[in-house]
Structures are given as structure tokens and as C-alpha cells.
Design a protein around this ligand. Sequence first.
Ligand code: 6R9
Length: 636
Amino acid sequence: MSNYHIKHLEEYFQVYRKSVRNPESYWEEIAEEHFMWHKRWDNVLSYDFDKPEFKWFEGAKLNITENCIDRHLRTRGDKTAILFEPNNPDEEALHISYNELHERVAKMANVLKSQGIKKGDRVCIYLPMIPELAVSVLACARIGAIHSVVFAGFSSSALATRINDSDCKLVITSDGSFRGSKTIDLKGIVDEGLKKCESVETVLVVNRINAEIDMKEGRDQWLQPLLEKAETTCAPEIMDAEDPLFILYTSGSTGTPKGMVHTTAGYMVYSAFTFKNVFQYREDDVYWCTADIGWITGHSYIVYGPLANGATTVMFEGVPSYPDYGRFWEIVEKHKVTQFYTAPTAIRALAKENLEHVEKYDLTSLKVLGTVGEPINEEAWHWYDENIGKKKSPIVDTWWQTETGGIMISPIPYSTPAIPTFATLPLPGIQPALMDEEGNEIKGNQVDGRLCIKFPWPSMARTIWGNHQRYKETYFSAFKNMYFTGDGALRDSVGYYRITGRVDDVVIVSGHNLGTAPIEDAINEHPAVAESAIVGYPHEVKGNALYGYVILKETGESRNQDNLRKEINQLISDRIGPIAKLDKIQFTNGLPKTRSGKIMRRILRKIASNDTSNLGDTSTLLNPEIVQEVMDNVIK
Ligand code: 6R9
């Protein structure tokens, strides 16, 4: 029986039991058989939930890019590694073979070295979905630099905050990006952001859109001429298993974004193993994940997981609506995509459009459909199943997080019978627990609680960059000897898990995690605003949208409310990015508060969701009379 590739349900249960009975030997066998090491580990796992500290494959030496590229060259050198589909369908797709990827990564790595980047330095990558993005990520890993990819939809101040938090020395960006019929001035955003960053010495600029841009003397350089001069081979830096591979920022319920740190060996083993199983990947498949590499889904399931398996991974530069709503399906037909992985918000948006956009295309190549990022509603699940999978492709509803590094709870296609809206069963090695508010584990089935994981797994984030204390408080303090996910879940009568949503102050809008606190901080900067509270409410396409309650200062009360709304959203756009804009803003004289002064968000959430039948006991509030007033002025 192979531990690495599970092919039916019986096998899943056998493997799962084994993985839980003896996790060390389970992961050891996989690591040994399927990866390339310069030195074997001394110890498979050591951990301490109190510190907290987790070490996998300690003592091992490796380079992840050798596992993702070099070792495939002998057997798959000419096979397409990255299949780049440009924004404009008239521009030719690019098939980058493993041989070519090897050379491109080496050249980029040599350029980084020539700019003084060495092992352990942080490099910020702020690029659109073009091949240079994947190549830059791998080039950093080649030389042991720590990449910090910032999603190119973030604003200049969000970029600056992330660059400063991890003191990046170098930024890789482009002159601009194509997004549907628009172009975006990425370099302008970088220039603005860097006014606040002292650590950055060099900016490397990819020419993507032939824009006229400012190049700052002594700091900015075009990448192309440097690449042309660079050597075509680059010896890999030999890394320790626990050396950091990358930092990726995620929103928290409070304050600044958290730079989740992932390390090398465990992340590699787990992302590769889960890719193989969750997508039932086979040698000649063409796999496509529509996420952006700026998110964890892109890191693990566009770059590292697929390449570690020698797969062909599609990178799409554009958007699902350009030139029309059939674009995704056109690409599936054109490249004969076999696995398709996207987010519920995209499915909902496409389901609203005319079915002609789907029916025009031949989708018979598809074997597995995936979803990730937020709970999928039944209607969207069935639309996906009927119209895209034609009821023949299993759907994998994959639950995981930036912090978990890889998929944690998911069906295994052709093995686990799927039920709409259920992420179903934990993958091998993953031990979920549901906890009550008193800190007790809720055993048995047909129960719900807070979702925790009670045993370490190889790809867990090891710390928050520069703030281990926050890592401890956020994930390991709510429940003893457990990792707390921040999500609620239920376990049904057969033991299937369904994720019910966040139980903290993170709202997932169109699949993007947004902390409410940073948005409130942005709003409160407005001179006319005294106080604000942000909550999520259900939205047909986005899953959740944001609703803001804003108390104005006296000076603001005479102002035109529509103008104020625009200014507030502009401020949010500048501080965080357009994804965090509010759909509705209600101006109010007060907010319901507890006697200790805490805003009662539970009540505000219910009011924003038009669900006021059961507000609970409001009599103990500091200001119970405000509830009716807020309700009377709600924006429908
Ligand atoms: C991979 C990713 C993590 C949060 C997570 C949860 C939500 C992700 C889900 C899901 C229900 C799924 N989430 N997958 N909720 N069903 N299949 O999205 O990482 O951006 O860090 O978000 O997303 O709330 O806690 P990240």
C-alpha cells in the first residue's frame, strides 16, 4: 500500500488510522520515498505547544527548487511546467518547460545574487500573474532568500507596511499590469509605498505593459537586461529543514497584518502530498488553479505543490469576465484542463451569467473540480456540479488557511462521497477537534464547536515574523495543547466536517480575509469620524460584504453624507486596497456597548443582516436604547 497516493475510500481509512497512530513514521516514509535530500533528518518531529515550537525533519538538508525542478529534468525536461495564459486571449499562451524553468530560475537567482541578496534576506515580490512571479519565488528559494509576495491588488500603504514589517531589501515589480480591459500602474504604487520604506535598496522592474515610468537613479533597474547577462546555472543553496522559506501576510482580527513564516522541508512534503491526493494528479494532467500567487493557495497549489510533483500548472493573468464571462471555460477547452480549482465567489459570479458562456465550450477534459477560500453555498455547489462537472467530476471542497500551509480537510476525489457544503474528512495526519467555550473537547457526532487541530502537521506556520508572542496568543492560547483555527465547524452523523465560518473578527469578502480592526483604523483617520464599527453581512456573490456603522464628530454632522461615504471608502482603498471598501455605511449617533465599553458586534451583525428576530438580551448594555435607533436607520 502506498502512503503517498490514496486511490479509494478503504485505503483512505487505513492510511488515516496509520497516520494518526504513528505520525512520525507515517511522514517519514513519505519524505524518504518522494523527495530529494542532501542529508537525512536526525529527528522527524519535536514539538512543544507551550513555547510554541514545532520542528519537522530537523537536521535534514535540502533545497526545495531541486525538488520542484532539477530532479524532473532527466525524465520531464521538455514537459511544460508552467503554462502561461495571458490576459488578452489574442496573445499567445506560453509553454515553459522544466528545462526552460530551470534556466529562468537560475538567471533570476544570479541577478538577485548580483544585487547582494543572500541567504536569509527578505525579498518582496509585488507582481501581476506573469511567469516572472513564479520564477522570482523560485529564484529566492534557490538562493535561500525569504520571499514575501504581496498581492498586487494591495494599496501602496498596505505594501509599505508589509515591506517594513520584514525589512525587505529588494522589491521585484513590473511597470504595470493588465487586468481585463484596464491597465494598472503598479510601479507608481511601489514608488508611493517606498517613500515610507528605508530598508529597500533595489527595485527590479519587469517590463510587462511598455509603460512610461519613472526609474529612480541608484535604486530602480529594468530586469530584462540584467537577465540577459546572467549565467544560466546557479548552484542551489543547501538549506536546513527548518530554515524559513517564505513570509506571507494574512489579516488578523486586530492591528497589523501577521507575517506567517513557513519553513522548508515540512511545507514541501505536505504541499506536494496534498496536491497529489486532493487533485488525484496523474502524469499527463493539466492542472489549473485560478488563485493569485499573492495568496497561500497560489503558493502551495500553483507553485510548490504542482511543481514538486512534476505537473503542468496553468498561470492565468486575467480575470473571469474578460473578454467575456466564458473566459475560464474557453481556457479549460483550449488547454484541456483536467483539474480546475477556484473560489466560491467566482462560481457565484459566473453562475449569474447566461449559461451560453459555459455551453459553448467542451469541458470533457475535466476530472476534478475544487473550491477554496470560504464556505460554498448549496446553490453554487450544484451549479458547479451540473454545469461545469456535468455531474461526472467530483468536487473537492478544501478547507485550509495561510497558517496551515496546505489543505487540511477535504474529500479525496473518487474516494470520499461528497456532500454539498461539507469539506468532509481530515487528510492523513490531520487531527481536528471541536471545542466548547469552556475549553473542553466536544466528542461524538452531530455536534458543533470551535475548530482546532490537536497534533502538529508538517506545513504548519512556525511563527509570526518578528512577533512570536502574537503567534502564541492568536493560535495556541485559546485552548491548551491545540492549534485554534478561528473557524467554527460542525461534525455530522458520519463524522463529516462542515465549516460554518469565522468566529473572530475576520470577514471573508470574495475569498479575501479582512480584519475589521484595520478597516476601522483607516476610517477613524477621517477628520469627521469619531468612531466606527465594521461587520460582515451575507452577500449573494461575494459571500460576505462589509457594513460600516460610523459615528460622526460634530464637525461632520453638517456634511453631505454621500460625499462622506465616498471619502471614507477612498481612505480604505488607500490604506488597505479596493477589496476592503464598504458596501453600506450607516451614520449613527451611537453604538451598542457593554458596560466595559466593548462594542457588541454580535448585535450589529444581526442588524446588518436583517436578522433582528433574536437579538438576545440587550438590557444589560450600557446604552440599550441605541439598539432601536440603529435598527430604524439600517441601510437595506
Ligand atoms: C486557503 C485560504 C482561511 C480562511 C479559513 C476559513 C476560510 C478556506 C474554506 C473556508 C469554508 C472552505 N476557508 N477554505 N471556509 N470552506 N473550503 O483560503 O487561506 O486566505 O488564510 O483563509 O478561509 O474561514 O479560516 P486564507
